[in-house]
Design a protein around this ligand. Structure first.
Ligand SMILES: [Zn+2]
Ligand SMILES: [Zn+2]
Length: 228
């Protein structure tokens, strides 16, 4: 299995390849579909090799080009059912900020959000915790890691690679997301991710990080909990 990272406006899109085809983990901002398909072609595949468009959660930087990609590839869109509510209307959804600064920034973005509306959709595949992706040709499973949103998903590959979406970011260092719907859930999901013992984590924002960096983050999370 090979993983190719493509920055698609705000977040990363991952082109996951094996001998049976391609899985996209996240679909980028609106108007990124052609770029993503060009990257797929550049790697020696045709658009019809895409077996699944897995959207880790319903935010526009992850779901923005899902509909356009489905049209270009014919692949189904998968999402956790708890996030379907986020993609049925085009307006920008930003959860409460984790800090006062991100809450202020979020309020500004919510006000400006109509500039780039989401192309709405109903997911073709509703993924649940633990669901295998073998039907789509990949030795991987969906893991429910809520908190950032109620339906946030991670994807654990059998080889130890884990796509964490926005559950954990690595912009400056490994950290919680800037926005979250439910802080205790996000903490529980970070511990759940740690318990999966991933070899490498691919975050949607920032660079991939290894088990050692994850370990250091989890140690900080546990210390904060004790202090609280
Ligand atoms: Zn998000
Ligand atoms: Zn994001």
């Amino acid at each position: 299995m090979q993983i190719h990272t493509l920055f698609t406006g705000v977040a990363n899109t991952f082109i996951v390849e094996n001998s049976r085809g391609v899985m996209l983990v996240d679909a980028g901002m609106p108007r990124q579909a052609r770029r993503i398909v060009n990257a797929i072609r550049a790697r020696g595949h045709t658009p019809s090799d895409v077996r699944l468009i897995l959207v880790t959660h319903g935010h526009i930087d992850h779901a923005g080009s899902a509909v356009a990609l489905k049209k270009l590839t014919g692949a189904p869109i998968a999402l956790h059912r708890a996030d379907a509510r986020l993609v049925v209307t085009p307006n920008l959804k930003i959860p409460p900020g984790r800090t006062r600064a991100t809450e202020t920034l979020g309020a500004l973005m919510r006000a400006a959000g109509w500039a780039m509306p989401l192309e709405t959709f109903a997911p073709d595949v509703a993924l649940d915790d633990g669901q295998s992706l073998r039907d789509f040709g990949f030795a991987a499973r969906a893991i429910h890691t809520p908190g950032h949103t109620a339906g946030s998903l991670s994807v654990l590959c059998d080889d130890g690679a884990l796509f964490v979406g926005d559950a954990i970011l690595n912009l400056v260092h490994v950290a919680f997301p800037l926005y979250w719907e439910d802080a205790p859930q996000a903490r529980a999901s970070a511990l759940k991710i740690h318990a999966l013992k991933p070899r490498v984590c691919y975050t949607a924002h920032g660079r991939a990080f290894d088990a050692t960096e994850l370990e250091a983050f989890i140690a900080r999370v546990k210390k904060l909990e004790i202090r609280d």
